[in-house]
Design a binder for this molecule. Structure first.
Ligand SMILES: C[S@@+](CC[C@H](N)C(=O)[O-])C[C@H]1O[C@@H](n2cnc3c(N)ncnc32)[C@H](O)[C@@H]1O
Length: 328
């Protein structure tokens, strides 16, 4: 993932050419739309007028999907964008990239279950809070030898994950209490919030979008402390509310990359001072202490991935949506 500085300073054609490369494998439609945007000066000129934070291609493309625009390259795209520009501008300046991926629970659950149970679970960067309910979903962990480990609650949300190697038991944690912090917590029972989260899923990833919709229904109206605020500033007060007798654990997943570098370090220092367990599920270079502890040769593998870590110790290479897990 690129930094906020790249989104703010690169030219629109440069940004959309980069994004096309990112989307190519899982969403060829978005890759073609991105190339069309890069090659259409009239659309690029509109996008160039946006405030820096609204220039992320993901925000524009999610707005196109939310407003039922073309999901593939199309001769009508320029005209469509011009006719819908007011609505697009409203979405990209009031909404954020808050992709909430329930599949990540398949890689987080075994780490959370390895701590003394029950746990008091805090997710910083919760989005709609799907990651706060690892005990609510059904899992199918598919092992290399063809064995399937099934666990969790049978229900609408079933998550599959390909697992290589051996380390922690594949198990589901007991969650006694849950709290989430986000600068803009989304409400899974709110139709507009749900529609935006669905729009953030790239076209072509239909099964992922259906699972997201099922997860939003499953967690709607469940008891969880939702705190609107900055993850670093709000964390101490949230932890003070955790019940005694449960192991307190803070999770951050696909979130620290959105923090400016100096705040990232401040946040990690705070976690160290608070003396709680912390589970990190972030890009390879995002958390310095985790990056520095990776085994030699880790970065030779060119596949895009996240690193799953407990208390700063890397445990596994994982798919960025939790679709696979390779224990280190
Ligand atoms: C890409 S989403 C990831 C959501 C969830 N953790 C997951 O793995 O599905 C990142 C979330 O972090 C939140 N976020 C980013 N920086 C933040 C900050 N400084 N304070 C509070 N929330 C923040 C965003 O609003 C967004 O909801």
């Amino acid at each position: 993932m690129r930094s906020a500085r790249f989104w703010e300073t690169a030219s629109i054609p440069e940004l959309y050419e980069w994004f096309a490369g990112e989307a190519e494998a899982s969403s060829p439609g978005w890759a073609r739309v991105s190339r069309q945007v890069a090659a259409t000066p009239a659309i690029a000129a509109l996008l160039d007028e946006l405030p820096p934070a609204a220039r992320q291609p993901n925000l524009f493309l999610a707005s196109v999907k939310r407003l039922h625009g073309p999901l593939d390259a199309d001769p009508s795209l320029e005209d469509w964008v011009q006719r819908h520009w007011a609505a697009i501008e409203h979405l990209v300046t009031t909404r954020f990239t808050q992709t909430n991926e329930v599949g990540r629970c398949a890689v987080l659950a075994p780490v959370l279950a390895s701590l003394p149970q029950p746990i008091a679970l805090v997710e910083v960067g919760m989005s709609a809070g799907l990651g706060l309910f690892p005990d609510l979903y059904h899992y199918r962990w598919l092992l290399d030898d063809g064995t399937v480990v099934s666990a969790g609650s049978p229900g609408e949300v079933s998550i599959e994950c390909q697992v290589s190697g051996e380390s922690l038991p594949l198990a589901v944690p007991q969650v006694a209490w849950r709290a989430g912090i986000d600068r803009n917590p989304l409400d899974p029972s709110d139709p507009e919030d749900s529609a935006w989260l669905r729009a953030l899923v790239w076209p072509g990833e239909t099964a992922r979008e259906e699972r997201l919709a099922a997860a939003l229904r499953a967690v709607a109206d469940r008891d969880v402390l939702r705190v609107a605020g900055d993850i670093t500033d709000a964390l101490p007060a949230v932890l003070a509310a955790a019940p005694r007798g449960a192991t307190v654990v803070v999770v951050h997943s696909a979130t620290l990359a959105y923090l400016p570098r100096e705040q990232r370090q401040r946040h990690l220092d705070l976690l160290g001072r608070l003396g709680v367990h912390w589970v990190s599920n972030e890009g390879v270079k995002v958390v310095p202490v985790v990056r520095d502890a990776l085994p030699p040769g880790f970065t030779d593998d060119p596949r895009p991935c996240f690193v799953l870590a407990l208390d700063g110790r890397p445990l596994a290479r994982v798919g960025s949506h939790g679709q696979w897990l390779e224990w280190l």
